[in-house]
Design a protein around this ligand. Structure first.
Ligand SMILES: C[S@@+](CC[C@H](N)C(=O)[O-])C[C@H]1O[C@@H](n2cnc3c(N)ncnc32)[C@H](O)[C@@H]1O
Length: 234
């Protein structure tokens, strides 16, 4: 109740006084100040109380997505949870198909040797029905419920090319599987963004990137926070 009131107040501040909001956040000179469309979306998501990503992480997804929006190729996200980050992809993807991969019922098996404090069943307070309802307004969203990468087997047979991929899976094996599946299928100039690289509480993500980049050299760019970007050479 208190949280919902606080969220409504904050959403109203962002909508009615965006400059003051950004000044309070120390972001008055950040490119976000020139993205009123994004700020309106952020305000809506704050009001709804959905999404785990922080303001700048949301902005990075939105801004990187816009770099390739309209280019041929599908979009994908592995690690959807309740649909927060997928909502941002939906807003920028245009007509592109978006493939969403999650168990939609919590973390699968976890390896304590690589995955820190995560446990199977974390993030279980979601469901396929919840995300389908949350994203119902957006066309071209395809749901792949189950454990990735097995859940991608049918799609792999169609051999689609991807323009934009978001990985937010927290686990070492899931991240490595995501990189191995999507990087070879990225279109020239296509982008892959991952959350949690270098976050000490999410050690498996960096470990997976380090391993993958030894197998497949690619340029890794750090965005603000813990997000990183791989860009397929054109
Ligand atoms: C941190 S949450 C994702 C948060 C979401 N991107 C957001 O911004 O709200 C991580 C999700 O990854 C999913 N996940 C991790 N490994 C998976 C795998 N191998 N297959 C399917 N889902 C997986 C979990 O079920 C969980 O919902």
């Amino acid at each position: 109740m208190l949280r919902s009131l606080r969220n409504r107040g904050l959403a109203r501040l962002i909508e009615t006084q965006p400059r003051l909001f950004l000044r309070l956040k120390g972001l008055a000179s950040h490119p976000i100040a020139n993205a009123p469309e994004f700020l309106r979306l952020h305000a809506q998501m704050v009001r709804e109380g959905e999404g785990m990503q922080l303001l700048l992480e949301r902005y990075n997804l939105w801004a990187q997505g816009r770099r390739v929006a309209g280019q041929p190729g599908a979009w994908a996200e592995v690690g959807v949870y309740r649909g927060g980050s997928a909502r941002i992809l939906c807003e920028v993807k245009g007509d592109a198909p978006l493939h969403l991969f999650d168990t939609f019922g919590g973390m699968p098996a976890v390896n304590p040797a690589t995955d820190g404090a995560f446990r199977p069943g974390d993030f279980a307070d979601s469901s396929l029905a919840h995300v389908q309802t949350y994203l119902a307004a957006y066309p071209g969203v395809h749901y792949h419920a189950g454990i990735f990468p097995a859940s991608a087997a049918a799609l792999a047979r169609e051999n689609p090319m991807f323009q934009f991929v978001h990985l937010d899976v927290d686990l070492h094996q899931s991240t490595l599987d995501g990189l191995r599946f999507f990087y070879p299928r990225l279109a020239p100039g296509g982008l892959l963004v991952s959350h949690d690289y270098g976050d000490p509480t999410v050690p498996g993500v960096r470990r997976a990137f380090d391993e993958f980049l030894r197998e497949q050299p690619a340029v890794l760019t750090r965005l603000s926070g813990t997000q990183v970007l791989l860009e397929k050479s054109p």
